[in-house]
Design a protein around this ligand. Structure first.
Ligand SMILES: CC(C)=CCC/C(C)=C/CC/C(C)=C/CC/C(C)=C/COC[C@H](O)COP(=O)(O)O
Ligand SMILES: CC(C)=CCC/C(C)=C/CC/C(C)=C/CC/C(C)=C/COP(=O)(O)OP(=O)(O)O
Ligand SMILES: [Mg+2]
Length: 280
C-alpha cells in the first residue's frame, strides 16, 4: 500500500522538480541562501500533489491507457488519493509562508492551475498542454522569485527553454494516448489534427527549445556550456524526429520518442546545473 502512495506521486519527477528550483535560485541570485532551501520541499510537494490529483481525475482513462497505475491497479483507493493530494497541496502552500509573498502567490496560482488541469483543462485541445508546460517552466520562475520580481525576470530564458521542450513532449504524449483520452471524453489536439501533424508541431516546439538553449551563451555561460548543451539538444531533436516519422499512436509509443525526450531534458537540466555552479 505504501508503495502505491509513493508511486502515485511520481517520485522521480517530484524530486527532480524540487531540486531544479535550486537552479532557478542560483541563476537569479548567484548563491543559495539558507532561507531559499524551503523552496525544495514546496516544489516537490506541490508537484507530487499535482500528480496525485491528476491520477485521481484520470482514473477511468488510465484504466484503459495505463492499467498498472496505482488507482486502476487498486494499490491506492480513490478516496485515499483525494485526501493524500489535499494534504500535499496544503503542506506545500503552508511551507511557502517561510519564503516570500511572490513565491506564495505563485504556489497558490500553480496549485489552482494543477487542479484546474486535472478537472478540465486536460480535456481542452492545446490549453492543457500549455498549462503543463507553463507549470514545469514555472519551477525556474519560482526559484527566481525568492530574489523578488527582478529574479523572476532574470529566469525567463531558462523558463522559455523548458516551456517549449515540455510542450513538444506533452503534444506527443497526447498523440500516444488518443484511445484512452477518447474514452474519458477528452478532446486533445491530435484528435483534431491527427498524429502526423501533431508530430510536426512537436518537432517545431523542440526546435524552438533547442534554439532558445543557445541564448545563455550570449548572456553568461560561454563555449563550454554550448559544447555540453549540444549533446542534450541532439538527443532532444532526435527524439522529436522519431515522433515526426510516426503515423499512429501505436508506432509513436513503440518509437520511444517521449521517453527519450524526457532523458534529453533531464540531461539538459544536469548541464544547466553544472554550468550555473561551475561557470557561474
Ligand atoms: C532544449 C533543452 C535544452 C531543453 C531542456 C528543458 C529542461 C531544462 C527541462 C527540465 C524540465 C523539468 C524541470 C522537469 C522536472 C520534472 C517535471 C516537472 C515533469 C513534468 O511532468 C509532466 C509530465 O506530463 C509527466 O509525465 P511522465 O513523466 O511521463 O509521467
Ligand atoms: C513552482 C511550483 C510551486 C510548482 C510547480 C509544479 C509543477 C512542477 C508542475 C509540473 C507539471 C506537473 C507535475 C503536472 C501534474 C499533472 C500531470 C501529471 C500532467 C500530465 O498528465 P496527463 O496529461 O494526464 O498525462 P499522464 O497522466 O498520462 O502522464
Ligand atoms: Mg494523467
Amino acid at each position: 500500500m505504501l508503495k502505491g502512495y509513493v508511486q502515485i506521486t511520481r517520485p522521480v519527477n517530484s524530486v527532480i522538480a524540487g531540486l531544479a528550483v535550486l537552479l532557478g535560485v542560483i541563476i537569479a541570485s548567484g548563491t543559495v541562501a539558507l532561507d531559499s532551501l524551503v523552496l525544495i520541499p514546496v516544489v516537490a510537494l506541490i508537484t507530487a500533489a499535482g500528480n496525485v490529483i491528476n491520477d485521481y481525475f484520470d482514473r477511468e482513462i488510465d484504466a484503459v491507457n495505463r492499467p498498472e497505475r496505482p488507482i486502476p491497479s487498486k494499490k491506492v483507493s480513490e478516496k485515499g488519493a483525494l485526501i493524500f493530494s489535499t494534504v500535499l497541496f496544503i503542506t506545500g502552500i503552508l511551507l511557502c509562508l517561510f519564503a516570500n509573498y511572490l513565491c506564495l502567490f505563485l504556489a497558490l496560482l500553480n496549485s489552482f492551475l494543477l487542479i484546474a488541469y486535472a478537472m478540465k483543462l486536460k480535456g481542452m485541445p492545446l490549453v492543457g498542454n500549455l498549462a503543463v508546460s507553463y507549470l514545469s517552466a514555472s519551477i525556474f520562475l519560482f526559484g527566481g522569485a525568492i530574489a523578488g520580481p527582478g529574479g523572476l525576470i532574470q529566469n525567463f530564458v531558462i523558463a522559455a527553454i523548458t516551456f517549449f521542450a515540455m510542450l513538444s513532449r506533452e503534444m506527443l504524449k497526447d498523440a500516444e494516448d488518443i484511445e484512452g483520452d477518447k474514452t474519458g471524453g477528452a478532446k486533445t489536439l491530435p484528435m483534431i489534427i491527427g498524429v502526423k501533424k501533431t508530430g510536426v508541431l512537436a518537432f517545431l516546439m523542440a526546435f524552438l527549445a533547442v534554439f532558445a538553449s543557445f541564448l545563455p551563451l550570449f548572456r553568461f555561460w560561454g563555449i563550454t556550456y554550448i559544447a555540453m548543451i549540444s549533446i542534450a539538444d541532439i538527443i532532444i531533436l532526435y527524439a522529436a524526429f522519431r515522433g515526426l516519422s510516426c503515423d499512429d499512436s501505436e508506432s509513436l509509443r513503440e518509437s520511444g520518442a517521449t521517453g527519450l525526450l524526457k532523458k534529453g531534458m533531464f540531461l539538459a537540466l544536469l548541464i544547466f546545473i553544472i554550468s550555473a555552479v561551475l561557470i557561474g
